[in-house]
Design a protein around this ligand. Structure first.
Ligand code: GLU
Length: 477
């Protein structure tokens, strides 16, 4: 079998999006599973859409996720250059060959002419419009004249008549398209830069790509690419078009959908763990044979099986996202959770006076609950700000006639020596003095201190609030 080589080929138009990250991930898993090569190629031919730093950003977030390419512009292998804009001379050679062999021709039509013709076809009720082939029929002399006048031109492919382009998609099975549905499309734009469908074929072939995993939005591009493979007499790679990612309403994820965070940068910023995101994304459109859902990086490489890529859209399940991330944080040693969370506390609150021990104890209170680092600021807010608005059940608990009695007694028995052990003794003393116990005691005290009826361990909460703050909050009610 040929050495497996796959590629992830982003346009450097922005940060790494969840859909692209998943494409990169499945290519990577497939390559690594078969001990093959994972290539990063930058498709930067749409020069107006490229953004400054787009390429670095892609690489940065891929690296963050643990998806490092074997070959890339930064680490070229034997198949470079790895940026399309550095390959223009390669495309040019192939374009000349195509023109020479009658597979492609220069088109001198202006955009105004093309627009007018398009409008004519629309007015005539044509369902699908296409180029009218005016320039295919130019005489040799006319062409020479045009070139002499240096008229700008595009290069169009001459789409073969009565051809069928069928291929065996690794996910969808047999897919087929007719050439009659495709007009003579542009290979090279007037600025000399190739279009995506053209450059991708030259590159995939010259880079010895064996398998192409990409989003299903590229399915309809595949016949255009196949016709080029046939013209050049090249063997095409195997294609796998992955299904869409949809939201919980089963709608295709749109970049404007704010209900789902879609960029890896956002996850990183909020303190999600890259290894958890790697795991979560692997389950977006792929499933293992077993029920297991938590897999390490290497395990995923081992169990990845392209035959188990899903044929139906994969739902972005936010609950699963939370669950998977929580599972990973739970497994981390406390010191790492502290390192993850502390910067978020520092940013949102003044912790300059707090000891490391206090911060560690605070974070450990929520360790099992966390799904991402920034969540700590929400969970731990009660330690920094007195409760601003009360939940309904807390309002109720505060209205109990027993609650002020508990507060008063608790203040009177505050231990001199501040420790969880001594606070338990304080609770005993309050219980003895007020004869209040059970839910009214515990919930009353918690509501008075935190404005909530539920939360982390009560005695640890009291301890971490500190004596002065406890006194202040209890006196307040
Ligand atoms: N540059 C294309 C994209 O970002 C690559 C498509 C392909 O994998 O062929 O969608």
């Amino acid at each position: 079998m040929k050495r497996v080589r796959v590629r992830y080929a982003p346009s450097p138009t922005g940060h790494l999006h969840i859909g692209n990250a998943r494409t990169a991930l499945f290519n990577y898993l497939f390559a690594k599973h078969y001990d093959g090569d994972f290539v990063l190629r930058i498709e930067d031919t749409d020069i107006e859409r490229n953004v400054e730093g787009g390429e670095e950003s892609q690489l940065y977030y891929m690296h963050w996720l643990g998806i490092d390419p074997d070959e890339s512009p930064q680490h070229p292998g034997a198949y470079g250059p790895y940026r399309q804009m550095e390959r223009l001379d390669i495309y040019k050679k192939h374009t000349d060959w195509l023109i020479e062999h009658g597979f492609a021709y220069k088109c001198y039509c202006t955009s105004q002419e093309l627009d007018e013709d398009y409008q004519k076809q629309v007015d005539a009720g044509h369902a699908s419009t296409r180029y009218n082939r005016k320039c295919l029929h130019l005489s040799k002399k006319q062409r020479e004249e045009n070139d002499q006048q240096q008229l700008p031109y595009t290069v169009r492919i001459r789409v073969p008549e009565n051809e069928t382009y069928a291929f065996e998609d690794m996910i969808r099975g047999e897919v087929s398209f007719d050439s009659k549905d495709i007009g003579d499309w542009v290979l090279v734009k007037a600025n000399g830069i190739p279009t995506y469908n053209y450059a991708v074929v030259i590159d995939d072939y010259l880079m010895a790509i064996t398998h192409v995993f990409r989003g299903e939005e590229h399915l309809s591009n595949t016949p255009k690419q196949l016709m080029l493979y046939r013209m050049f007499g090249w063997e095409e790679p195997k294609f796998a078009h992955m299904t869409l990612i949809v939201n919980e309403q089963r709608k295709k994820l749109s970049k404007r959908d704010n209900s789902i965070m879609q960029y890896m940068s956002q996850y990183k910023e909020l303190g999600y763990l890259p290894q958890a995101m790697f795991n979560f994304m692997a389950l977006l459109g792929w499933s293992p044979e077993s029920e297991q859902e938590i897999f390490s990086h290497d395990e995923l490489i081992r169990v990845f099986d392209e035959k188990r890529l899903s044929k139906s859209p994969s739902m972005f399940d936010k609950q699963k996202l939370t669950w998977v991330n929580n599972r990973y944080i739970k497994e981390l040693p406390l010191s790492e959770v502290v390192a993850l969370c502390k910067p978020f506390l520092e940013k949102d609150f003044d912790i300059s006076e707090r000891s490391d021990d206090w911060i560690e104890k605070l974070i450990s209170l929520f360790h099992d609950q966390l799904s991402y680092g920034h969540q700590i600021t929400e969970l731990a807010r009660l330690f920094f700000d007195a409760p601003a608005q009360l939940e309904d059940d807390a309002k109720e608990a505060l209205a109990w006639e027993t609650t002020p009695l508990i507060a008063k007694s608790f203040i009177e028995h505050l231990p001199l020596d501040w420790s969880v052990e001594n606070l338990k003794l304080t609770m005993d003393a309050v219980k003895n003095e007020t004869k209040i116990k059970g839910k009214p005691l515990f919930m009353g005290l918690r509501a008075a201190l935190t404005g909530q009826c539920h939360g982390p361990d009560l005695m640890s909460t009291v301890y971490l609030l500190g004596k002065e703050e406890v006194r202040r909050r209890l006196e307040n009610i």
